[in-house]
Design a protein around this ligand. Structure first.
Ligand code: ATP
Ligand code: MG
Length: 455
């Protein structure tokens, strides 16, 4: 469809409106054409449509907006008819997704208050036409604002803008009840504390109290939902402060093993400067460094992390406390085994050692200074002449040794690979020279070293 001018105003909200601050006005003026087309289509069909949720919050805060979500007064079936390419992503909950050139837009039909019987999901969803009711069911005041694009006005019935100015997270309505009906909001509250470069916000008094009183209710929330929010919390810029507060308020204990209120050292490790550049998974591994592997594996499975995420954390966890010897050959092996995680591993060792943390796996007790010098040597270590892959294969070894396929051949291949890395060999001729010097036929192959870290 073509839009010759600004969209005609859609159905009006059942709420007073506010002038938008100038930067929000500017954002509306610069919205992509496809957004205006969505607004126009709904408006021309007698519906109301508003930008809601995180986009409104982020644009008001002057942050980049990554997803635009809409609330509409038209029912999902009608939306599917009006937008033939709409994807019914969550149609039972009223959500369809519209694929634009710039982004995917989630459009959700207005709902009325629903009943929660189990602190997880609403029992039933009823469509409504009231924006006011829709905003009432949202979690926090800063997430309960709306923008009417066509009219270029805002709706802020719960005074989210005021809370933003004061740096406050406040529940919409009564905090205690709102957290009881969906306990995931407990985690969401901590997530929104972290305002990135702007630092940390605070909870308003009522919400702060309700969080501590309701923390235990997180136990009824499904693990997938917990992991989604916990992963975002772990990835936040101010993770140290947020997680410390969660520990203090008794929230961490509800889904992680241990008694977190007393874990001051572990929690302060999260504030180490290196941690700024770690991703959420690495930070999770760090938090679990004193937990036994078996328990780590259990909690990761319980929280339903993907296989890849689990493997990443477990691999870091298994290596905690281990350091390569400072010689060049050892450093080369260390780098070849850990690849892009070699530097990260040493940084983690610096963080844990400078806080006197004792990894559950045991390990060496070198001082932090020694780890810093390892890190420096690693940075200076030139790339290997022939890269990390093995210069020779099984056939090559069989031809020269007469060995047949089997364990001994595999072990000899591993040994040669290790020597190639340790000595930075450049060609198969050099490997052959080394092979000639090995007394491989006289030794028990089970004792042959292989390319691994820790030894
Ligand atoms: P992000 O920028 O991280 O996506 P968001 O605020 O958009 O943050 P979403 O999880 O995408 O968060 O949710 C979109 C909106 O839906 C929220 O802003 C909030 O208004 C509402 N919402 C989401 N989850 C809940 C919940 N558990 N209870 C009440 N309202 C919720
Ligand atoms: Mg969102």
């Amino acid at each position: 469809m073509r839009i010759e001018e600004w969209p005609v105003p859609a159905l009006e909200a059942d709420l007073p409106s506010l002038e938008c601050p100038p930067h929000v006005h500017k954002w509306i003026d610069n919205l992509p054409r496809e957004v205006l087309e969505i607004v126009s289509t709904v408006a021309q069909n007698g519906g109301g449509i508003w930008v809601v949720g995180g986009a409104v919050r982020d644009v008001c805060l002057g942050l980049d907006v990554h997803d635009i979500d809409f609330a509409v007064s038209l029912e999902p079936e009608q939306m599917m008819k009006l937008f033939p390419n709409a994807i019914p992503t969550g149609i039972d909950y009223g959500t369809v997704s519209l694929r634009g050139k710039q982004a995917l837009y989630e459009v959700t039909t207005l709902r009325v208050e629903s009943h929660y019987s189990d602190g997880r999901r609403p029992e039933q969803v009823k469509w409504g036409t009231s924006l006011s009711k829709d905003l009432e069911r949202r979690d926090f005041t800063i997430n309960a604002m709306a923008i009417d694009v066509a009219r270029k006005v805002m709706h802020d019935p719960h005074f989210g803008m005021q809370d933003m100015e004061r740096g406050l997270i406040r529940a919409v309505g009564q905090a205690y009840g709102r957290l009881s009906e969906d306990a995931l909001r407990i985690l969401r509250a901590y997530r929104f504390l972290d305002r990135g470069k702007a630092g940390i916000w605070e909870f308003d008094f009522e919400l702060g109290e309700a969080l501590r009183q309701n923390a235990h209710k997180l136990k009824v929330v499904t693990n997938e939902r917990i992991w989604m929010e916990w992963h975002k919390i772990l990835s936040g810029k101010n993770v140290g402060k947020v997680v410390e507060k969660m520990a203090h308020d008794g929230v961490l204990d509800t889904f992680l093993p241990g008694n977190w209120a007393s874990q001051h050292v572990l929690l302060s490790a999260l504030q180490h400067p290196y941690v700024h550049d770690f991703d959420g998974l690495t930070r999770f591994a760090l938090l679990l460094c004193e937990t036994f592997s078996i328990e780590v594996d259990e909690v990761l499975s319980q929280l339903k992390l993907s296989k890849k995420e689990r493997r990443y954390i477990l691999e870091l966890h298994q290596k905690f406390g281990q350091l390569p010897k400072p010689s060049l050959p050892n450093l080369r092996v260390f780098r070849a085994v850990l690849e892009d995680k070699a530097e990260l591993h040493l940084q983690l060792e610096i963080v844990t050692r400078s806080h006197n943390l004792s990894p559950s796996m045991g390990g060496s007790d070198e001082e932090v200074d020694e780890v810093y010098s390892l890190l420096e040597s690693l940075e200076k270590l030139p790339p290997l002449k022939s890269g990390h892959s093995s210069l020779v294969d099984g056939h090559w070894i069989m031809q020269r040794t007469g060995l047949r396929k089997g364990r001994a051949l595999g072990k000899l291949k591993g040994w040669l690979h290790r020597l190639q890395i340790e000595r930075d060999l450049a060609s198969s001729d050099e490997v052959e020279e080394v092979l000639c010097s090995l007394h491989w036929s006289e030794e028990n192959y089970l004792d042959w070293p292989v390319l691994q870290f820790p030894e």
